[in-house]
Write a new protein. Structure first.
Length: 145
């Protein structure tokens, strides 16, 4: 098994769809790496991961908004293609098995808002919750996921 883990911010609001009678939440996560090149110049490289989270617990979608920081892990796959400029390119995709809301770039909230896991089955996720963040005005028992 190959497992991909990413911590990053959502690039846009998620899309919740039904495909062949199953619910899926699609979202993209960006991770930006900052480094110095051989000449000492500051550089940055952003990697985008297109995520598909197959779950019956689609209520988590209301929290997956642009800028939301998340931790996601799952099975990766890469698709190679030729872009509009006729150059080779690739897309990194992940089938999410574990999703954790970490806070957002706007509110500066740290880790611990909630953890949603699909334990072996796409149809019956196991849900774990932590302490609610400042952006959620509810006890952990009141969260919809």
């Amino acid at each position: 098994m190959i497992k991909l883990q990413i911590v990053g911010n959502l690039g846009k609001d998620c899309i919740v769809k039904e495909v062949n009678g199953k619910n899926v939440i699609n979202f993209s996560v960006a991770h930006t790496e900052r480094f110095k090149d051989a000449q000492g110049n500051q550089k940055e490289r952003t990697t985008w991961v297109e995520c598909a989270y197959w779950t019956d617990r689609t209520a988590v979608g209301q929290y997956l908004k642009r800028g939301q920081m998340v931790y996601a892990e799952g099975s990766p796959e890469a698709d190679a293609y030729t872009n509009k400029e006729n150059q080779p390119a690739a897309t990194l995709r992940m089938r999410v098995s574990n999703l954790q809301l970490l806070g957002s770039a706007k509110d500066g909230v740290g880790a611990g808002s909630g953890n949603v896991t699909n334990a072996g089955s796409a149809t019956s996720p196991v849900v774990k919750t932590g302490a609610a963040t400042a952006s959620v005005d509810a006890d952990a028992d009141d969260l919809p996921f």
